[in-house]
Design a protein around this ligand. Structure first.
Ligand SMILES: *Cc1c(COP(=O)(O)O)cnc(C)c1O
Length: 238
């Protein structure tokens, strides 16, 4: 089997599994999207995935989005930033990305807003919320969510806020993982009830290769899948 058909096959398998889990959760067919996480993989793998119908790709480094978008300028690829973003890299994202899911603080919103105005662009955005107490996880403190959304509503017209994103705790205890996803849905529901002008939180980005079954059961509208599509990542060369 060539590498090409391997990626296509895995995408088809993941899509089918998403659909099965969606229906098993009593949710409408097609209500959970697939974001293919291509970080560390080269543009050949991305082209193979695009040939299988995938258009949106998640990356966690601004520099990788900048470089890959140049190499794939002949395609209609859509880049989604899912990693921690330093404010001094905001320009790359304002220029090359279609969406950011790791929006987690006022200084970053300010930097993006300024760069987006310079570029004459808008960006879809999800607010990343910390749903576990692990020290290594980035994301907004849930207690600050409503104030942050109000800030975005008033001060960041170039960021189109559409929902929330989280990473679950990295734990063998599946109930602990599931609790993170439930928490994000409850935070979304509570924030939606505040009816902040210009903000509607329809989207919940949660679930990765190892835990997307739990995320879909808890209401995920989008799963971010890397290794189940592209294989194991090797970080040695990056
Ligand atoms: C790498 C990454 C993923 C994908 O993880 P896999 O386990 O490879 O599916 C999802 N979300 C974020 C934020 C990531 O950094």
């Amino acid at each position: 089997m060539t590498q090409d058909s391997c990626i296509a096959t895995r995408i088809a398998q993941v899509r089918q599994r998403i659909e099965e889990l969606t229906l098993a959760a009593g949710r409408p067919s097609g209500s959970v999207q697939l974001l293919a996480v291509s970080k560390t993989f080269g543009v050949d793998a991305i082209r193979d995935a695009m040939a299988a119908g995938q258009i949106r790709f998640g990356e966690n480094k601004a520099q990788e989005i900048r470089e890959k978008s140049q190499e794939l300028a002949d395609t209609n690829v859509r880049w989604v930033m899912i990693g921690h973003l330093q404010t001094n890299k905001a320009r790359d994202i304002a220029r090359h990305a279609h969406e950011i899911q790791s929006l987690d603080r006022v200084e970053l919103a300010q930097a993006l807003e300024r760069r987006l105005q310079q570029e004459g662009r808008v960006l879809d955005a999800l607010v990343q919320v910390k749903t576990s107490s692990e020290p290594s996880k980035f994301g907004l403190d849930p207690a600050e969510l409503e104030d942050f959304l109000a800030y975005l509503s008033n001060e960041a017209p170039s960021l189109r806020v559409q929902g929330l994103m989280t990473m679950a705790v990295n734990d063998d205890d599946r109930e602990a993982v599931r609790a993170c996803f439930r928490r994000l849905r409850e935070l979304r529901d509570a924030a939606d009830r505040k009816a902040i002008p210009g903000i509607s939180l329809g989207r919940l980005s949660m679930g990765m290769s190892g835990d997307y079954d739990l995320a879909i059961a808890e209401g995920s509208t989008e799963v971010r899948i890397g290794s189940a599509i592209f294989g194991d990542r090797s970080y040695t060369s990056s």
